[in-house]
Design a protein around this ligand. Structure first.
Ligand code: GDP
Length: 338
């Protein structure tokens, strides 16, 4: 029998890479998709032709029970969330409902469909993965951060994710479910959406190299992050659900780079001097937390996980993908930025 997985947030970056990874491992994969006419679905069907689709919404408890009952998954990966931190200030209620209460609704759906408990370490049943984030650490007094670092969330997005994290722990401890939370540092790829800085840069560098743009406006060039490759991080998600014991893990590369480092490497890929094109725009500055850097020793020791893709490889793969996409696009599509 093939393992069956249900993924929420399958139209996002991580959902795509996770579905690909699970297909490679022989799974039958179903994606939970919001809305009957979701505009992302045609592209999803083209790119992942073997993906099954079930309709449902993290805001709607009944739809999740129906979806879990219909799919009868062995594993549920809850990746669905409103995930752009600045937008969470514009929509704090919606962020709390989707990102914070969404995991609770999915855990309840699993509990109801499985008769009370999901899977435990010793019992088969439904295993649950919650996509948590380093943003929960927020304002830190020590670096790097590991599983023991206290949380101090500093945005509606981060507080909502902290709710999802504690709910996952609570269902594990109270119902004995095999429910785990992966506290992931930034992970990027050519599939990252363009509001995130890494992709904004890779698109801009490709456009400048092709003569379609002359400048790139950015905020704080000194801001630092622990950036990894999304394809490596979905392997950690899958591995966490294969472990003997349900436990939470921090996933990061352990290395930090500045926005300036990233920009320099991206422009180097097309043999251009970044300083001739980058303009610091004060309107794009935003308050930033201290230096956040993932200590993934536990994942390395217990799961055998470590990142395979270097920062340089990540940045150059993103620039190359955008160069390729834009070079192949018809002229009228290249002119527009979207
Ligand atoms: P996140 O803040 O870690 O979720 O990811 P982002 O990609 O949005 O931002 C990463 C870092 O890049 C942050 O410290 C931003 O302040 C910094 N940054 C500098 N310029 C920009 C910009 O133009 N857009 C975005 N999104 N971030 C920028």
């Amino acid at each position: 029998m093939r393992n069956r997985a249900l993924i929420t947030g399958v139209t996002g970056q991580d959902g795509f890479y996770l579905a690909e990874e699970l297909f490679r491992c022989g799974y039958q994969v179903t994606g939970l998709v919001r809305g009957q006419r979701n505009p992302m679905v045609p592209a999803l069907r083209r790119q992942l032709p073997d993906l099954d689709i079930v309709h449902g919404d993290l805001l709607d408890q009944g739809s999740l029970i129906t979806a879990v009952d219909a799919v009868q998954p062995d594993e549920v990966y809850n990746l669905g969330a409103l995930s752009f931190v600045p937008s969470s200030w514009q929509q704090p209620m919606l962020t709390s409902e989707t990102t914070g209460l969404g995991p609770l609704r999915m855990l309840e759906a699993i509990r109801v469909v499985s008769g009370s408990n999901g899977s435990t370490s010793s019992q088969p049943g439904i295993r649950f993965y919650q996509a948590s984030t380093f943003e929960m650490f927020g304002q830190v007094s020590s670096s790097p951060q590991d599983e023991m670092t206290p949380f101090h969330p500093r945005s509606p997005y981060a507080t909502a994710k902290a709710h999802g994290h504690y709910t996952t722990q609570n269902y594990r401890e109270s119902y004995g479910m095999f429910a785990v939370s992966g506290i992931m540092f930034n992970h990027e790829s050519p599939r990252r959406s363009e509001e995130f800085m890494t992709r904004k840069v890779s698109v801009a560098v490709a456009r400048i190299a092709l003569g379609l743009d002359q400048e790139l406006r950015l905020g704080n060039l000194c801001a630092q992050r622990d950036w990894g490759y999304a394809g490596d991080y979905v392997t950690a998600m899958r591995t966490m659900l294969q472990a003997d014991r349900a436990e939470d893990y921090v996933i990061g590369t352990g290395a930090i780079h500045s926005v300036r480092d990233l920009v320099r490497i991206a422009f180097d890929c097309v043999c251009l001097d970044w300083e001739k094109y980058v303009i610091v725009d004060n309107d794009l500055l935003r308050p930033d937390a201290g230096v956040l850097c993932g200590d993934a020793r536990k994942a390395r020791q217990r799961l055998g996980w470590s990142p395979l893709t270097s920062f340089e490889q990540l940045v150059s793969s993103m620039v190359e993908a955008d160069l390729h996409r834009l070079s192949a696009a018809p002229a009228h599509d290249r002119r527009s930025r979207r």
